[in-house]
Design a protein around this ligand. Structure first.
Ligand SMILES: *[C@@H]1O[C@H](CO)[C@@H](O)[C@H](O)[C@H]1NC(C)=O
Ligand SMILES: *[C@@H]1O[C@H](CO)[C@@H](O)[C@H](O)[C@H]1NC(C)=O
Ligand SMILES: *[C@@H]1O[C@H](CO)[C@@H](O)[C@H](O)[C@H]1NC(C)=O
Ligand SMILES: *[C@@H]1O[C@H](CO)[C@@H](O)[C@H](O)[C@H]1NC(C)=O
Ligand SMILES: *[C@@H]1O[C@H](CO)[C@@H](O)[C@H](O)[C@H]1NC(C)=O
Length: 357
């Protein structure tokens, strides 16, 4: 059993949210399990936040649409909160499809043929509940999906027969909770309320015909650069990681119950906690000998107080610097780099097979 720490400070920057995206992007190495022209390729439906967003956040305000985001892939900002590919792109590649189109991009096209890889509803800053951000909470994201399936009949049951959902829950609910004066003592109660809502959300997604539903376990929040800044990124915060571990323990219990009820292994946990730790090669929160240099520091940072990665001052001067080889695990204060996600993907890969079984 885990107990809340006596004191615990934890902040997540609220990132920005909603709107359109013009890039069509393909995943990393595409591996086809089926013939390319088969009508019912595995489709990927994505719900959640910035760890999975590939272009739903608003172009006018989201940092993900500003330079130097996207510098490694696709070479310019694409609405991804990274220098390149994010979790969604790697999961799509594992399934042998291209990364699904962001819903807000599809709204501008309206082409049914653009939907054959699935759809991405994830938007930066959002949570299971409404957060400090303006984007659609998970209920609203699923409502839109439900309307497309049930009312507009965009996907037939046959189309959905080998579909997979990726549900990313990366902590914005907690940021909102602490931002509204939530306390450490009460946080387990809040975790339980997240779980109650998440269970309903996962059941709805499966109920709409999605065959396998992968949901992320909480990554080590105490290792995020935003959490470790006060100690110069030398160490993870045990208190921060405690919350993630408690969340994951609750998630594990709830997913077991859901699978027992379903009578099949429909719901799959994507263990980002272990995957981040293994990618960072952290042992007992101590930086070990990982392939990433200075592995708890972000690659892209503001040059002065008040500026962050992507900041430009009033006269158009860039107020950020980017690490030389783009090889840091973390891209900015909150998000892994493409190299980071690739290492996380390597660690996750053995468990991803359950999405296809
Ligand atoms: C759904 O299946 C039909 C018939 O197999 C196919 O023609 C269509 O392209 C599929 N739709 C999508 C969105 O994949
Ligand atoms: C999600 O957002 C909608 C629209 O703002 C709101 O009515 C609903 O209560 C929210 N649901 C949850 C679970 O927070
Ligand atoms: C949070 O607490 C501070 C100090 O106690 C108070 O000034 C503020 O109004 C509170 N905010 C909310 C949203 O309750
Ligand atoms: C790093 O964390 C470990 C355990 O979490 C602790 O024992 C150690 O003192 C910390 N080191 C620094 C430099 O904060
Ligand atoms: C560092 O790497 C060496 C060789 O790969 C390994 O034996 C050792 O256990 C590693 N140490 C840590 C702290 O990861």
């Amino acid at each position: 059993m885990l107990y809340p720490p006596a004191y615990f400070t934890f902040f997540i920057l609220s990132i920005s949210w909603t709107a359109s995206a013009p890039e069509t992007v393909t995943g990393a190495k595409v591996r086809y399990h089926h013939h390319q022209n088969a009508p019912n390729l595995p489709k990927l439906f994505v719900f959640g936040d910035s760890y999975a967003d590939t272009g739903n956040s608003p172009k006018s305000t989201a940092i993900s649409w500003k330079k130097p985001y996207g510098v490694s892939f696709p070479g310019k900002p694409s609405g991804r909160f990274s220098d390149g590919r994010v979790l969604t792109d790697y999961i799509a590649s594992f399934l042998g499809t291209s990364s699904p189109i962001p819903f807000n991009e599809w709204l501008g096209l309206g082409e049914k043929s653009a939907l054959e890889n699935g759809l991405n509803f994830a938007e930066g800053g959002t949570g299971v509940f409404t957060t400090l951000a303006n984007g659609p909470n998970m209920t609203t994201q699923i409502n839109v999906f439900q309307q497309l399936v049930q009312e507009e009949e965009v996907y037939s049951p046959e189309n959905m027969s080998s579909s997979v959902a990726l549900v990313s829950v990366a902590g914005n609910d907690y940021a909102a909770y602490f931002g509204k004066n939530g306390t450490n003592e009460e946080s387990p109660v809040f975790t339980k309320s997240i779980m109650s809502q998440l269970v309903l959300d996962l059941q709805r997604i499966h109920g709409l015909g999605v065959r396998r539903v992968g949901v992320t376990a909480m990554h080590p929040l105490g290792c995020l650069p935003i959490t470790t800044a006060s100690i110069s990124h030398k160490n993870c915060s045990e208190n921060g990681n405690w919350l993630a571990k408690f969340h994951n323990q609750m998630l594990q219990e709830n997913i077991e119950n859901l699978n027992n009820e379903a009578g099949a292994p429909v719901f799959v946990i994507l263990d980002l906690y272990s995957a981040f730790m293994s990618a960072l090669n952290l042992q007992n929160n101590h930086p070990g000998n990982s392939t990433f240099e200075d592995q708890l520091s972000p690659c892209c940072v503001g040059t002065e107080r008040g500026y962050t990665c992507g900041s430009v001052n009033g006269v158009g001067i860039e107020k950020y610097i980017v690490c030389e080889d783009l090889k840091q695990f973390f891209w900015d204060d909150i998000h892994p780099s493409q190299q980071g996600w690739e290492a996380v993907y390597s660690a996750l890969k053995p468990s991803l097979q359950s999405l296809l079984n």
